[in-house]
Design a protein. Structure first.
Length: 312
């Protein structure tokens, strides 16, 4: 029996790549964009696509793969996969919920601490011999006000970690959760106004595009810090750059960007930022969990006809 053909539209960690190659015919084109990769491998009878929430898969791209049966998001995000179009074609969509929640939450707290305590500025100052001039007081997390936009798995873990720093936690969701002790908001501008740290832990997609705009940043204010570990599309980049340059907010910690990996030069020039390369969800444990869930979905689909972790 011939092995199923699996097309990866994203770079895969070596363990994941080797595990797929051991069981399936892997079509991998890391240097091509999605359309080019599909064009190259469409004749190979692709039955599965591996992608992620950022790259996604469109309805038009699905139409070019007539034998496609399953789309696997490598990670929890799947906002740019057209799930409705997939469902209409009988294509299964899976993801890896919970695989990297703890890692992302840790990263968010790291960005908060780095910005509050000024780690990225203090380290080079010490190395330059600027000991005395660098020893100015810095804010800390203890007693600070955390506003979380989104309280799913990751948001909840961030809240628990923040509570351990004795922070005052508030959150924004459509509906309050009666099982939680934290204050609920429905207006993002008001949440920003009442926060020292505004942390974005919501899904990406059209519903949250530019949710954080000039108005919200103005509400956050000159002592406020923005942290984004969700999706770059949630923040209006031009408005953020303007706020950072003007000192309208104290700083920003960003792991995700609107046009990543191509970042605006003006953003790179802002010294009141900590920027990381969409790595919040990457740790050995998280990658191992995502790999196991991906392989489990593929195996269950091809061998049993029903994949776990299907998107509802």
């Amino acid at each position: 029996m011939s092995r199923a053909s699996v097309l990866a539209l994203i770079p895969l960690p070596r363990p994941a790549r080797e595990a797929i190659e051991a069981r399936y015919e892997l079509c991998l084109a890391p240097d091509l964009n999605s359309d080019e990769a599909i064009g190259r491998f469409r004749e190979s009878g692709v039955r599965a696509v591996v992608t992620n929430g950022s790259v996604g898969l469109t309805a038009a791209q699905m139409e070019r793969l007539p034998k496609l049966e399953i789309i696997c998001a490598f990670g929890a995000g799947h906002e740019n996969i057209d799930s409705a179009a997939a469902g209409a074609r009988g294509i299964v969509v899976t993801h890896a919920p919970g695989a990297n929640d703890a890692t992302v939450a840790d990263h968010a707290l790291g960005l908060m601490l780095a910005l509050a305590r000024g780690f990225t500025l203090l380290d080079p100052a010490v190395r330059r011999g600027e000991w005395n001039s660098a020893r100015t007081e810095r804010p800390t997390l203890n007693g600070g006000r955390l506003g979380l936009v989104g309280l799913g798995r990751i948001g909840a873990k961030i809240a628990v970690r923040a509570a351990a720093f004795d922070m005052h936690v508030s959150y924004l969701t459509r509906h309050p959760r009666a099982d939680l002790p934290w204050q609920h908001y429905t207006d993002v501008e008001q949440l920003a106004r009442d926060s020292d740290f505004l942390v974005l832990a919501c899904p990406g997609g059209a519903a949250t595009r530019h949710l954080v705009d000039a108005r919200v940043l103005a509400a956050l204010g000159p002592k406020g810090v923005l942290v984004n570990i969700s999706r770059g599309s949630v923040v209006d980049t031009a408005a953020l750059i303007a706020a950072l340059e003007a000192g309208s907010i104290a700083g920003a910690g960003l792991d995700v960007f609107e046009a990543e990996p191509d970042l605006p030069a003006a953003l790179l020039a802002c010294r009141n930022t900590v920027l990381t390369p969409h790595i919040a969800g990457r740790s050995p444990a998280a990658i191992a969990a995502q790999t196991d869930m991906l392989l489990g979905s593929l195996a269950a689909h091809f061998e049993e006809g029903k994949a776990p972790f299907a998107v509802a």
